[in-house]
Design a protein around this ligand. Structure first.
Ligand code: 8X3
Length: 259
């Protein structure tokens, strides 16, 4: 087994979006433990400040920076404050609704495109010069299995996640030869505190049904572990795309439930 790479000084700063909860928070903790100085971004200031405090108290290094990735002016301002960046983890995003195409709310579709796709585009465009200048940059796109196949009721989210996948694939083609890797991590069913609850607008019963009878959905830590593994491979190793699902999930529509 290849030993994890020790990040060089120039590439030791990792920016994580959506770091206030779930996969983002778990990724920040794991990258910090791996030796990165992590910059936590999210809209919820109190959450990322508490997480930064926790990480710093554990002897690692973290800074909180409140940021809405859909606000391009704010993202550009962020990029001027952090000119040395080695890793960008584009994790912010999420699902809204599970309506069929026939009746889905275009406002939900727009919002999902903005947070998942344009948020990733904004951050990647703004930080690409710094990532390139580091001499060893990494862009991670946390997409989803929804970016690789569809399912009924998933359309708005599925469309946004397909777009994120295409962004990652196209960027990798366009910047080949530059010292920046583009890694896509596509998780399937992950049980976090907020993903399903947000999707169903706080309806706890509907949110619980997503995971009902599933022995062990993935956890945020499972995904963070995969992200940290991919990021800490030696610089010449680019994990293009990694799909991970719980054992009980064979496809987007084939889930084993013990009911
Ligand atoms: C989450 C996976 O199945 O809810 O990105 O689309 S799914």
């Amino acid at each position: 087994m290849t030993a994890p790479a020790t990040p060089s000084a120039a590439s030791r700063i990792a920016v994580v979006t959506g770091a206030s909860s779930g996969i983002g928070a778990a990724t920040a903790r794991q990258l910090a433990a791996a030796g990165y100085r992590v910059v936590l971004t999210a809209r919820r200031k109190d959450r990322i400040e508490a997480l930064a405090e926790e990480i710093n108290a554990a002897g690692h290094a973290a800074t909180a920076y409140p940021l809405d990735v859909t606000d391009r002016a704010a993202v550009d301002e962020f990029a001027t404050a952090f000119r040395t960046v080695g890793v960008l983890v584009n994790n912010a995003g999420g699902a809204l609704g599970s309506d069929p195409v026939a009746t889905g709310d275009p406002e939900d579709w727009r919002r999902m495109y903005e947070t998942n796709v344009l948020g990733t585009l904004n951050m990647t465009q703004a930080l690409l010069p710094a990532l390139t200048a580091s001499g060893d940059g990494t862009v991670v796109v946390v997409s989803s299995t929804a970016g690789h196949g569809t399912y009924e009721g998933g359309a708005g989210y599925v469309a946004a996640k397909h777009a994120e996948h295409v962004l990652a694939e196209t960027l990798r083609l366009e910047i080949v030869g530059q010292p920046v890797r583009v890694i896509e991590i596509a998780p399937g069913m992950v049980k976090t505190d907020e993903f399903a609850l947000t999707r169903f607008r706080g309806d706890e019963e509907k949110a619980a049904k997503v995971y009902q009878g599933v022995a062990e959905p993935l956890t945020a830590d499972d995904v963070a572990d995969t992200i940290a593994w991919a990021v800490t491979r030696p610089s010449h190793v680019n994990v293009d795309l990694l799909v991970l699902r719980p054992r009980a999930q064979a496809s987007n529509t084939k889930v084993h439930r013990e009911l």
